[in-house]
Design a protein around this ligand. Sequence first.
Ligand code: PNS
Length: 165
Amino acid sequence: MAHNSIAIYPGSFDPMTNGHLDLVERGIRLVDRLVIAILRNEVKEALFSVDERIAMAREVLGGIANVEVTSFNGLLVDFAAQRGATIIIRGIRAVSDYEYELQMALMNRRLRPDIETVFLMAGEAHSFISSRLVKEVIRLGGNISGLVPRPVEVRLRRRLLGEQQ
Ligand code: PNS
């Protein structure tokens, strides 16, 4: 891809899972700089505040060079353009993700034809992980080790199970 290429990896990241991390590691091999952008103006109720999600993501991504974590408001493509990004990275797990992702990618292309959406697949060991299911499983007492980074697991247990660690 182009020299000095910047990609945006947008999402809710409520919270960041090992599937997200897998995608960050794949994405940074394709571009010079990867900006993880957490949506601020979300309608759906989140478990963690945007600031908590940023802090968690920064903690688990601390060792990866050229990866930045931030938040954004408004249209994703406007934020991408403002940051000089030409690529939007999104993960696709099963076929069921495709329809929603295709719609967003085509709408974003219509809004800004110069920004390309690139879909990446996490490794198969991570391809069933979602933040939503991780939260449900932990809430119901299931084991989520290996599905989220350790600091995220600790915070999830604290928030959902009231554990002090
Ligand atoms: O992790 P998610 O919740 O699937 O991420 C969805 C996200 C943040 C990528 C999407 O909702 C988004 O880009 N929102 C910003 C507003 C916007 O640009 N909407 C038009 C998208 S076609």
